[in-house]
Design a protein around this ligand. Structure first.
Ligand code: ADP
Length: 391
């Protein structure tokens, strides 16, 4: 059913184009015929008058009536010849119009037919389908946009498949641990001690964090969150967050340092969202820095931006991983991160939140074992109380 209607449409288009060409020719022909037939008698008479003057000159006086009859016969013949010529010309023009319209409409209809076929394939889930771009006109533009749409759909589909694969993978690990512990408990292989229950609790907690992260990720990826922008004293925010996380740093034996300029302009931002980004960066720095190391938080003005840097002396990141850290589920060392509870979602959420503020986030590292540096650049423009900042 779908296919027959698909074929019908271009055929109708061929006919429409052909009929429109023929109509144009017919209108031209009718105009030509009417004009020729109405102008012809006057023109003929005018020419005949000249001829009559020549023929009625001295010595030709007696032949007046015969000449008049000849004139009428001549005109009749001329008119018939004219009409015949117009009919032949008209038929030739219509035949030419049919030939040309077939050629032109095929050039127009073929790409449309290809687009229709490709869109049907895509609707059936074959996102690899593309159409050839054969011209530089609007049809070519249409084919190009169609191909762009197809690759966007292909990419989204690949991301959806990846997401399902990743989520399944992430859920499977804690779930099989919990199942393993419970089986051990049921079979009496594992002792029913607080330690065992603690392990089960830890896995369930990991599951819950993962589900929360996923929910947050889907929200920020869809842009389904509101930014409540207010003037934020970012240096104060850093001090408060540092004070809140200090006990965890002390417990692990990691030194937490702040390097903040004396005066910092307030920026227009959502304080809770910025705090979320900061906690994530500081949490990572703490997680990937062994005891005895240092984590430093810096704030500095760079042109029209405010740069917030979280630098650590931890395990560092090999350069080939740096561009991928902000991609969801990406982890440098998959086994170690998972053991530590990381799912590779935190930095993706942070990137979305920073970008929602019109900012940028990136990572730098001198390599494994040489620490990492995460920088959040936020625009100062449009912020109240702009002042010059020490660079
Ligand atoms: P996770 O929850 O796994 O930490 P993130 O998105 O926050 O997820 O980080 C992604 C990956 O980036 C981590 O798994 C880790 O490999 C790497 N990473 C993040 N921060 C640091 C850091 N300060 N030092 C070294 N590696 C880091």
């Amino acid at each position: 059913m779908k296919h027959s209607s698909g074929r019908l449409f271009p055929n109708r288009l061929v006919w429409k184009l052909m009929i429109s060409y023929i109509l144009v020719i017919l209108v031209g022909m009718v105009t030509l015929a009417v004009a020729a037939e109405s102008v012809a008698p006057t023109a003929f008479n005018r020419h005949m008058m000249g001829m009559r003057d020549m023929m009625m000159g001295p010595g030709m006086m007696g032949g007046g009536r015969g000449l008049q009859q000849l004139e009428v016969d001549l005109f009749e013949n001329f008119r018939d010849a004219l009409t015949e010529a117009l009919i032949v010309a008209g038929l030739a023009a219509v035949a030419a119009a049919v030939a040309v319209s077939l050629f032109v409409s095929r050039r127009v209809v073929t790409p449309i037919r290809q687009l229709m076929r490709a869109s049907r394939y895509i609707a059936d889930g074959h996102y690899r389908e593309r159409v050839p771009v054969t011209s530089d006109d609007e049809l070519g533009d249409l084919a190009r946009s169609f191909n762009q749409m197809a690759s966007a759909l292909e990419q989204t589909e690949a991301m959806r498949r990846d997401l399902i694969a990743n989520v399944t993978h992430e859920l499977r690990t804690p779930l099989s641990s919990i199942k393993g512990y419970m089986e051990g408990l049921i079979d009496g292989v594992l002792p029913a001690t607080p330690d065992t229950y603690q392990q089960v609790y830890r896995e369930a907690d990991r599951l819950q964090r993962l589900v929360n992260d996923l929910q947050e990720l889907s929200r920020v990826e869809a842009g389904a969150f509101d930014l409540h922008r207010r003037p934020v004293q970012i240096a104060d925010l850093i001090r408060q967050t540092a004070a809140r996380l200090k006990p965890q740093f002390e417990e692990k034996g990691v030194d937490l340092r702040l390097d903040l300029p004396a005066t910092v302009p307030a920026i227009l931002a959502d304080e809770d969202r910025l705090s979320q980004v900061l906690v994530n960066l500081m949490g990572n720095a703490l997680q990937y820095t062994p005891s005895g190391g240092t984590v430093t938080i810096r704030l500095a003005g760079r042109g029209a931006e405010l740069h917030l840097t979280v630098e650590d002396t931890g395990i560092g990141i090999p350069p080939e991983h740096l561009p991928h850290l902000f991609t969801r589920f990406y982890r440098v060392d998959k086994s170690r991160s998972r053991a530590g509870g990381g799912s590779g979602i935190g930095l993706t959420i942070a990137r979305h939140l920073v970008e929602a503020h019109g900012g940028r986030i990136w990572a730098e590292s001198d390599g494994p074992g040489r620490g990492s540096r995460f920088t959040v650049a936020l625009p100062l423009s449009g912020t109240p109380m702009q002042k010059h900042l020490p660079e």
